[in-house]
Design a protein around this ligand. Structure first.
Ligand code: HEC
Length: 183
């Protein structure tokens, strides 16, 4: 096939125009798809409530709560808690069958009924509480004993640092034949 010069010029203009037009169409399609994606995302992330500002304020608090005891405990271990237990040794033994000292023996304390160690005379405050030493109860009590159970005989100021308490809980949990499942 032979083209004249004019035909060649005409043809290249056509191809050029087709390319421009084609790419415009293509980008148009892409942008449309993009927009619809963004709209879909907006729909999903919009809170169901009418009052958006209230919903948004509540979010950081929820996030802080979810970085709670379970997360702290998962990021530490019993070995780290062993050194925190030095704070307790003056009053508590923790070996299996260990003697009660100023405080009761703490073997298998996690998951155990409160004030239930044989041969220890508990305060009324603790013995009338009637709960179980869950991780949450221990965490609350060990933060500040006198405040968590007012009237307790345990004269100990408590452990302020969340991370140190979490490590201690890992250690207490491990001192058992059958450690309670992690929270
Ligand atoms: C100054 C002594 C003393 C220290 C230090 C101390 N405790 Fe106690 N603890 C006690 C006494 C006394 C009780 C009994 C409390 C009561 O009857 O109200 C007790 C009770 C407890 C109980 C409840 C036991 C049960 O059978 O219900 C736990 C758990 C406990 N202590 C953990 C700890 C841990 C962990 C530490 C270290 C961070 C610690 N204690 C430090 C004296 C102490």
């Amino acid at each position: 096939m032979h083209f004249t010069l004019f035909q060649k010029i005409g043809l290249s203009i056509l191809i050029f125009a087709w390319l421009i037009f084609g790419s415009m169409m293509l980008s148009d399609i892409l942008i449309k798809v993009d927009n619809s994606n963004i709209d879909a995302l907006r729909l999903v992330s919009l809170p169901p409530s009418d009052d958006v500002s209230v919903e948004q304020e509540a979010e950081p608090e929820a996030a802080a709560q979810s970085a709670g005891l379970d997360v702290l405990m998962a990021s530490t271990d019993a070995a780290a808690g062993k050194s925190v237990f030095k704070n307790c040794k003056a009053c508590h033994s923790i070996d299996k069958g260990g003697k009660n000292k100023i405080g009761p023996n703490l073997w298998n304390i996690v998951g155990k009924a409160q004030a239930s160690t044989d041969g220890f005379k508990y305060s009324d405050a603790l013995s009338s509480r009637g709960g179980t030493w869950s991780f949450e109860e221990l965490n609350g009590f060990l933060t500040k004993p006198s405040e968590y159970i007012s009237g307790t005989k345990m004269k100990y100021k408590g452990i302020k640092k969340d991370g140190a308490r979490a490590a201690l809980l890992m250690y207490l949990r491990a001192q058992s034949d059958n450690p309670l499942a992690l929270p």
